[in-house]
Design a protein around this ligand. Structure first.
Ligand code: GLU
Length: 278
């Protein structure tokens, strides 16, 4: 078995990240498996090398060791491009010129407000063509997945960890509840969803441990695995670590940063206790 921790270097790791990393690490070590580190830095406008250095320092301080070299997503653009070419050739992508504002305006019915999916407002279909696309893949546009063409059968995966469950998501739920999500952002040449799927397969990940805030993203990933002929790992969506008021921790909650605890004299055992693993 092989797990991974895949942080984005856009801020300090906080208690929630520590929880996720420790869970994945300890599970791998308990099973004689491997624990890999992947730096999800496709958003080059927000990623910073100093945050990446701090991630390694925090993990090492927590006593977590990772196997093999660190995979950096900013170095993987050719692999993402190949995957996009395949989806494009299969007629599953279309270029979209809509701005956020165009989408908000087109999507919201006057009284109800716009329906929201895992990536925000569900795309109202403005640029979705009714004919198959042909020609080379456009490189200077956002590319969206044509969900009605892509999701033809239920998407299935195994949820493990606290409960064992076979999850099946019907195509209609993906079409109406997720919609035509962006798979290649014009400014990045990829997206979170596409990169995660390509890299989990490239790294041979068998178990994905991530926060339950990503539960809605997982069916998208399993669908992409199917479209690209990649294996589907087992998933464990763990509870989120919240602050005293019950609010989920965010990158900007510097007060809960591992570094802050570290500099304040806490020990790795204290951190384990704080997240309920002590
Ligand atoms: N990079 C994502 C994050 O920091 C997590 C990726 C994943 O587990 O798929 O939230």
């Amino acid at each position: 078995m092989r797990t991974r921790f895949a942080p984005s270097p856009t801020g300090p790791l906080h208690l929630g990240h520590a929880y996720s990393a420790i869970l994945a690490h300890d599970m791998a070590r308990a099973c004689g498996g491997e624990f890999l580190l992947r730096i999800e830095d496709i958003d080059q406008g927000r990623a910073r090398p100093e945050w990446e250095d701090l991630i390694s320092e925090d993990l090492a301080w927590l006593g977590l060791t990772w196997d093999g070299p660190v995979l950096r997503q900013s170095e993987r653009l050719p692999a993402y491009s190949d995957a996009l070419d395949r989806l494009w050739s299969a007629g599953l992508l279309f270029p979209c010129a809509c701005s956020r504002r165009d989408i908000a305006e087109a999507a919201s019915a006057p009284q109800e407000g716009a329906p929201i999916g895992p990536d925000g407002i569900i795309y109202p279909g403005t640029c979705r063509p009714s004919f198959p696309r042909s020609g080379p893949r456009p490189l200077d546009a956002n590319l969206r997945l044509d969900m009605a063409r892509a999701a033809t059968d239920p998407v299935r995966f195994t949820e493990t960890g606290c409960r064992l469950d076979e999850i099946a998501v019907p195509p209609e739920a993906l079409i109406s509840g997720t919609g035509d999500i962006v798979l290649a952002r014009r400014d990045m040449g990829t997206s979170y969803h596409l990169s995660v799927v390509v890299d989990d397969a490239a790294q041979g990940i068998t178990h994905v441990t991530r926060g339950e805030d990503l539960f809605e993203a997982t069916p998208i990933h399993v669908l992409l695995q199917r479209l690209l002929g990649l294996p589907t790992p087992v998933y464990h969506h763990h509870r989120l670590i919240r602050d005293a008021r019950g609010k989920r921790l965010a990158k900007r909650d510097d007060a809960k940063a591992i570094r802050t605890y570290r500099e304040g004299g806490a020990t790795p055992a204290d951190i384990r206790r704080m997240v309920g693993l002590g």
